[in-house]
Structure formats: C-alpha cells, structure tokens
Design a protein around this ligand. Sequence first.
Ligand code: 5GP
Length: 190
Amino acid sequence: MQGNGKVVIVSGPSGVGKSTICKEVVKRLNNAYISISATTRPRSPSEVDGNDYWFLSEEEFQQRIDDGLLLEYAEVFGHLYGTPRDTVDEALRSGKTVILEIDVQGAKQAKTVFPDAVMIFILPPSPKTLEERMNHRGREGADAAEERLNGADTEIAAAWQYYKRMVINDDLQQAVNECVQIIESNESES
Ligand code: 5GP
C-alpha cells in the first residue's frame, strides 16, 4: 500500500555522498522523510542509534525478518541492512515523500513492493574521487575501505540495468538540484 506518498530510492557506491545529498534533498522538498534503516553493522562513534540507523544484534535483526517487519533487506559488506516497513507505510499514508537510501539488492526488492518508486543512482565524478573521499572519510579501517571501493565497480555496473536516473555528485548543490528536479517531475521508472 503506497497511499498518497511517493517512494524515492537513492543508491550509490560507498563514499559517494548519498547521505549528504539525501539530507539536503529532504530540506528542499515539502513533506519528505528519510527512512531510518536497521543494521547489524557496528555503530561508528559519530553515529547515533535511531538517528543514523537502528543498530541491532544479528538476533534482533533476524527476529524482524521473521516477523515480516522489514520491507526489504540485504547483506552488504558482511552486515545486514533493512528498511522497517511500519514507519515507511505510515509516512506514505500521510502523503509524505519517503526516501530510501539503500543498496542495489534492496532497491530491487523495494521496487517490487513500490513499482512506482523513483530510482536515482548517485555516481562519483571519477573512481579516483571516490577513493579520495573514502580515505578522507576515515570511518572504516583500511581493509573495510578497500572492500567498499572494490564493491563500487560491481554496484555501478549493476545500476545501469536498474536505474534510469544517474546523478553525478561532482558539485553537491548541482547534484541536489538534479535529484529534486527528478523527484518533483513526478517521474516513475515503470
Ligand atoms: P553504510 O555502512 O556505509 O552506512 O552503508 C553501506 C551500504 O548499505 C550503502 O550502500 C547503503 O546504501 C546500504 N544500506 C543502508 N541502509 C540500507 C537498507 O535499509 N537496506 C539495504 N538494502 N541497504 C542499505
């Protein structure tokens, strides 16, 4: 049940700046909401439970899967990530634009639940920029950062099949403008 609201799926490789873009986009839209995902990934010191993610144990996450509380979930870089169904449904019922910042595997699942979802993939201006941003971010250790960079090629390759809208995050404001335009033009992928 999508209600009156609109679903926007935003994906892109790690370090491309999805979160920053989504936070800016939500400020520019009327009545929009960024879904807070559940994850088994450890919380980094700068992150707040219930704000950045709901940080769960494997058991707690599995329980939510078993109870059908997640509208999609996937394993990404060795950890589980999923979208809570209830808050998304509630936001859609009240006519909000709901932004799901999720990976390509999750996006495919979410698209079957919400066929009218707008799908946007964020690209880095170049592989080199992504590497620099990942290193600069310094959230992960070197091994995890390397794994995420290696995963970027696969994710980008898969994205060409599923996302009609690709936005290059070279200039932040321009990327935000493009996303807002895509969302406001009310285009769906289907
Ligand atoms: P990070 O650990 O950097 O916050 O996120 C790693 C990856 O997991 C990113 O590609 C992000 O989009 C994805 N992700 C975050 N939340 C979800 C979710 O609820 N579902 C899915 N499928 N992927 C998610």
